[in-house]
Design a protein around this ligand. Structure first.
Ligand SMILES: Cc1cc2nc3c(=O)[nH]c(=O)nc-3n(C[C@H](O)[C@H](O)[C@H](O)COP(=O)(O)OP(=O)(O)OC[C@H]3O[C@@H](n4cnc5c(N)ncnc54)[C@H](O)[C@@H]3O)c2cc1C
Length: 395
């Protein structure tokens, strides 16, 4: 239990996206004392509200797969309160990636993840509209699917509030306050200071600017992520999420009858300014997405794009998150989710609570050292032992 003086907080969380809210929920549930979350705008108004919400445990990095698996159970418990639709998840790979596919599935199965290799016949039953002949192998997770970032974050918020956490909107943190190598609180725009012996920064891309004056480098870049909503022109029936690691796209059902499509080609990223990024895709993005879609779904001849938008991923050099203590005692960071942050968000809250309460992960299979910030300084990037050629997104 963290001791607190009158009116001080035990823990302050900066940022009311899905990660900050999950952390607030987990800390409040552990009874660490008064928890306050400060959000500069509205809860879940950042990248969380733009998430495609794909849920899968298909990672080569063991700790990440374990984080995703731990999260599935929590999303199942939330169910429709998180907009969670357990439609299943299929990943298809080309010939050069079949060895990696088998190795990754074996790692996932050893963690207890429900996943199996499936053949073309089973894949065609799941996705009858797709051209499948250029895939050489598939894996299927029946407990995968997709959820709604905004709804999931709001569920975490209401659970955190019920457990006693204070969530303040329209409260921007101007700077972090520290003394003699220890965090002591945060300063707001009006000059007031809220004191706490523990502060968690979960401010997405803006985390770097908050940490930088303390001499802590957080290597983040914002990578544009265009999303397209497609009317398939016919009923598709029940279909799972499809990760196409040949064309480098993902497609999932979207509510009643639509499809949502995003890219997974990180070979030529478009880097943007997170405060001034284009909110719609360019014609080049559109034409690239359409040609991939037409190639993969030749039977959907009446399909048309009905809407599109862009968000950005806050990416680290190894495309993996930072969930970590920092060189300033009592200061923690949860940022750089690199496009994985929805599916692991329930476990992010639990891992941060473990770090704050016990100093290390309490969950089998999740090694907190994997997500440390210092891995970038120590030049030990978190990489899959069985990476997919040309499809780095899977990690
Ligand atoms: C288009 C797109 C598709 C995606 N698809 C998937 C997917 O299919 N599956 C998956 O797992 N992940 C996906 N992701 C990734 C996932 O959505 C993100 O990793 C996750 O939402 C990040 O949450 P966050 O809380 O870190 O950031 P955010 O939601 O951006 O929240 C950060 C919050 O901090 C606040 N803030 C910033 N500065 C301050 C300050 N100084 N003071 C107070 N508050 C501050 C911001 O206002 C914001 O609300 C996708 C992301 C995008 C953009």
């Amino acid at each position: 239990m963290v001791a607190v003086a009158e009116q001080d907080r035990a823990v302050i969380i900066v940022g009311g996206g899905i990660e900050g809210l999950s952390i607030a929920r987990a800390l409040a549930a552990r009874g660490v004392g008064p928890v306050t979350l400060l959000e500069r705008a509205h809860l879940a108004s950042g990248m969380t509200s733009k998430s495609s919400g794909v849920v899968r445990c298909h990672y080569g990095v063991e700790s990440l797969a374990a984080m995703a698996w731990r999260s599935v159970g929590i999303l199942e418990d939330l169910g429709m309160a998180a907009g969670f639709r357990q439609v299943g998840y299929v990943v298809g790979v080309g010939e050069q990636n079949t060895v990696a596919l088998k190795a990754n599935v074996a790692t996932q199965q050893a963690l207890g993840i429900e996943v199996e290799l499936i053949d073309h016949g089973k894949a065609a039953e799941l996705w009858p509209h797709a051209k499948l002949d250029d895939f050489a192998g598939f894996a299927y997770e029946p407990r995968g699917g997709y959820g709604d970032g905004y709804q999931t974050a709001q569920s975490f918020a209401s659970q955190a509030k019920d457990l006693g956490a204070e969530l303040r909107r329209k409260t921007a943190v101007e700077s972090l306050v520290h003394s003699a190598g220890e965090i002591t609180g945060v300063a707001l725009a009006d000059g007031s200071v809220i004191r706490a012996p523990k502060v968690v920064v979960a401010a997405g891309m803006h985390s770097s600017a908050l940490m930088q004056p303390l001499g802590i480098a957080v290597p983040l870049r914002a990578q544009l992520a265009p999303i397209f909503l497609v009317d398939p022109g016919q009923r598709t029936g029940a279909i799972p999420v499809l990760s196409d690691l040949v064309s480098l796209q993902y497609v999932r059902p979207d509510g009643a009858g639509s499809l949502l499509m995003g890219g997974s080609d990180h070979n030529n990223p478009t880097w943007v300014d997170p405060d001034r990024y284009p909110t719609g895709p360019t014609w080049a993005h559109m034409s690239d997405a359409l040609s991939k879609f037409e190639y993969r779904f030749p039977k959907l001849t009446g399909a048309s794009v009905v809407s599109s938008y862009t968000g950005y991923y806050d990416v680290t050099p190894d495309y993996n998150p930072v969930i970590s203590a920092t060189p300033i005692a009592g200061l923690y960071l949860a940022a750089g989710f690199s496009g994985h942050g929805y599916k692991i968000s329930p476990a992010v809250g639990e891992l941060m609570a473990d770090l704050i309460c016990c100093g290390e992960s309490q969950y089998p299979g999740i090694d907190h050292k994997d997500f440390q910030l210092q891995r970038f300084v120590e030049k030990r990037p978190l990489l899959s032992p069985h990476p997919y050629v040309g499809a780095g997104e899977m990690r």
